[in-house]
Ligand binder design. Sequence first.
Ligand code: 3H9
Length: 689
Amino acid sequence: MTTPVSSRREGDILIITVDNPPVNALSHAVRSGVCDALKDVGDAKAVVLNCAGRTWFAGADITEFGKPPMSPSLPDMIAALEDCPVPVIAAIHGTALGGGMETALGCDFRVFNAKAKCGFPEVDLGIFPGAGGTQRTPRLSGLGPAMEMCVTGKPIGATEAAKFGLADSIATEDVLASAIEFAKSIHEKRRVRDLPNPEADEKASETWRKFAATRRRGEAAPLKAIEAVEASVTLDIDPGLEKERDLFMGLITGQQSAAMRHLFFAERMAAKVDGLDASPQKVTQVGVVGAGTMGGGIAMAFANAGVPVTIFDANVEALKSGLARIAKLYADSAAKGRMSEAERDARIARISPAGGYDGFAGCDLVIEAVFERMDVKKAVFAELEKACRADAILATNTSYLDVDAIAASIGDPSRVLGMHFFSPANVMRLLEIVRGAKTSGEALATALAVSKAIKKVGVVSGVCHGFIGNRMLKGYGREAGLLMMEGAAPEAIDQALYDFGMPMGPMAMGDMAGLDIGYDNRKSLVAGEDYEPLASALQDRLVEMGRKGQKTGAGVYLYERGSRTPVPDTQVTAMTEALAKEHGITRREIGADEIVERCILALVNEGAMLLGEGIAQRGSDIDVVYANGYGFPRWRGGPMFHADSLGLEHVLQRVRAYAAGPHGKWWTPAPLLAQLASEGGRLSAWSKP
Ligand code: 3H9
């Protein structure tokens, strides 16, 4: 059997090398290989532990979670490093993450490559460092940095690691050679476990508790991480490690961690499309049509990733103000210290204006982000067809329109697809890639590769009104609108969904996006067939009164000048009551449970519907869309995973109950939901056969 661990002697130094591609996850084979290699220290004066390939250990092997534990465990391997009779030096390149960093802390010294990073991203998996990280890190860094690393999950660079005492030396060249040199100069062990307890730091505890409560609302892991780090102040190392273990086990066996691990793999799975074997085309120059908020954001997403962008807008003034807005956004980021001035200038310089469509002649990919109307889009594509190279990929950023109809308007529809960004496009991670009936494999593979290159999570959707995300949102918004008519106050609806974990409720979200957007969209639909007119009756009236949301100072809520804080409005209550009366609705008390159930199950049922239709390839793709584009709480795993957690039989029974109610026409159970409920299947694990 081949082992991922090998060792060799270089003079007095034993070099142990781990080679477990792609990211040197600390699998059982790695752990036992390292333990075995440590038994062969012989007369070596020191050991250097290093990893082959692109990175130091990226953490425990997540695929082993939930399976029976296999000895040696990660803590066992770390104990073996500590118990090694001679000093052990970690030679770190790439990213030392989670259990990878904990392994480094089990070594006596750490030599970092100058570009290496380290961190504890476990919190994004619903856990915290469970192999000593919460006890050893603060013994080197003090409480504040240890808490920050565990609670934010953000990696830090080598220089910062040195500042916190986590790196003992920084190598500018070959880290292994430097670590060997370092090892030659070391004659004694210096185990982190033997260092004194860190001092209490109430301010750090308070700061990071506040951060956890606001920025990681609803998540158990960050608070448990703080508790574990705090334990390092009073407990000796072994009882401290025990306490860490207890808290860790509570998390890893819990629902939140299962949900977040599901998303970890779901995001990586989304990039894979069954049957797609085409290679991506090279994209070194991108074009953007339309310099509005969306076009500007898309241009910035590419510029941020180092890709030069040509941007054009038929309205010269719009182009000018679009470029000015981009420059201001970059200047603000630099002023806040988020990037250097040189970086700011480089990014701005990557975005060049074009005077006409001929400016796109050298582009490999052009994305249009113009007004959401079919005739306007088709006119743009006609121009792009004339101006662009025949092999350039042409993408539309439409949120709703028929990508096949746009594609059919040009000679070669195989080069057309949808690339639906979410606003602000330079920030939001989700990118829906809409595969038209005639989209070529190359075009699809290119969009997926581009998505990764600009650090987005690309999810492939088929063509339908609203694609995956917005199509599902229709049911969610409909139920919120109906609940309001039936008696729930807008603030009660928003509070219930906020408490469920959504970043904001649907009423406040509508006001923020602009009520006129839904209003205009409804004009292209058939009332009663494509949407429930009762659910938007109030919003329609508000728009007709000029109350379009935050931008006009009033929508469902009122907004004081310059404020984004929604203030409930008695006029809206009176209008809703009058509308309900007009439609013969007897208003009643509605509790938070019903609000959440109706809104969330409407999402679930529509998700199952489009999954059955083949619009989404797999249930986990839907979860990726909702977690990254709509703020669905990651610790609930996305709507499909959430439905599985509720139990599909129960979900089906509730959907059927609503189907028998007054708005039953919108609640026909999705055939796939009924099928999986009877088979004991899972929506989040389902994929197109
Ligand atoms: C932990 O350590 C717990 C301990 O505290 C306590 C234990 C007792 N395991 O992301 P990529 C796979 S928890 C297994 O596309 P990149 C990934 O699924 C862990 N597999 O690459 C993918 O597979 P596929 C804490 C893993 O270059 C492939 O590797 N650590 C693991 O964009 C490539 O991944 C983390 O949370 C893993 N740990 O980014 C770090 N990691 O090709 C998680 C990756 O089949 N990892 N895979 O789709 C990352 O953040 C990124 O992978 C990394 C590279 C930044 C390293």
